[in-house]
Design a protein around this ligand. Structure first.
Ligand code: PDD
Length: 283
């Protein structure tokens, strides 16, 4: 049984309960993070805590803990669950209050952390994706727990035998239902720029950083629907899926329908980073 953290207490997940009037349950009024752990080490913790802070600022909710307190609580959850590889989920809500839309006069945050198994991603065979209209709101940069848009979009992909929906807003690619998107043309990688229509992925940022450090072309740029459909390669990136090559889009092959050579280079860089983290060579 896994050990969770709820408002200062470490306890078995099955014993962690939240009152029904929690604004997370009633309104989806909260934010979250998903942090992979390799050999007991939290992946890019500083970046995750920075993004958490930005999400909290955006929904005008104070941060209930300092970074040092977050690190201590997260590290204890990792240790209580045996170290190794894990996927850590954390959530902060505006807490329990009588149901009314506006903020309560006094806020008692609910802070929850749990651990799930992290399955190491093998070199991929490639996946299918579909395109859909981005029906979500205009604050996609906030990692909000109100995920109904993403849930409905991912479900449509799964029902069509695909791994992900790639979303289009007014003719431009935004991201996947729960991932970022990269498009590769003539050896260069492009991903949509930061802004209100995408969540800035920690995986995405590391890929940009490590490709540029390796003198590979990787840039932020608007991507049109036509560019997506003419891509040599398409990748999906996230903390739990790493870098997933898409070999079929809406039933048609992407490029030559095989995993691309640029994907292989990016994947190798990502695996090198994980290796250094596991070996304590980087923070
Ligand atoms: N989601 N965009 C969206 C909408 C996402 O939900 C996610 C990740 C990403 C990628 O972010 P990162 O690289 O930091 O994981 C982009 C997580 C994994 C989830 O909701 O489970």
């Amino acid at each position: 049984m896994s050990i969770a953290y709820l408002n200062g207490t470490f306890l078995p997940l099955e014993e962690a309960h939240v009152p029904v009037l929690d604004r997370g349950f009633i309104f989806g009024d909260g934010v979250y993070e998903v942090i992979p752990v390799y050999s007991g080490r939290l992946f890019r913790l500083d970046a995750h805590l920075r993004r958490l802070n930005n999400s909290l600022d955006s929904i005008r909710l104070s941060n209930p803990m300092s970074n040092a307190q977050w690190a201590a609580a997260l590290e204890q959850v990792v240790a209580e669950n045996g170290g190794g590889d894990q996927s850590i989920y954390l959530q902060v809500t505006r807490g329990v209050a009588k149901r009314k839309h506006n903020f309560p006069d006094e806020t008692h945050h609910t802070v929850f952390i749990m651990s799930d198994p992290l399955v190491d991603m093998p070199p991929s065979e490639g996946v299918k994706a579909i395109t859909l209209d981005d029906i979500r709101w205009q604050l996609c940069h906030v990692k909000s727990i109100a995920l109904l848009g993403g849930v409905l979009l991912r479900q449509q992909a799964v029902e069509q035998g695909a791994a992900e929906s790639i979303l289009l807003r007014e003719g431009y690619v935004t991201e996947g239902a729960a991932s970022n998107v990269f498009v590769i043309k003539d050896g260069a990688a492009f991903t949509p720029p930061e802004g209100p229509f995408i969540l800035t992925g920690i995986t995405r940022d590391l890929i940009i950083e490590s490709m540029q450090a390796a003198n590979l072309t990787c840039k932020e740029a608007q991507i049109t629907e036509a560019e997506l459909r003419n891509a040599d390669e398409i990748w999906l990136t996230s903390s739990t899926r790493e870098i997933l090559p898409v070999v079929e889009l809406d039933g048609k092959p992407v490029g030559n329908g095989q995993i691309g050579t640029v994907w292989q280079q990016a994947w190798d860089l990502y695996q090198d980073y994980k290796k250094s983290l596991r070996a304590h060579e980087i923070k």
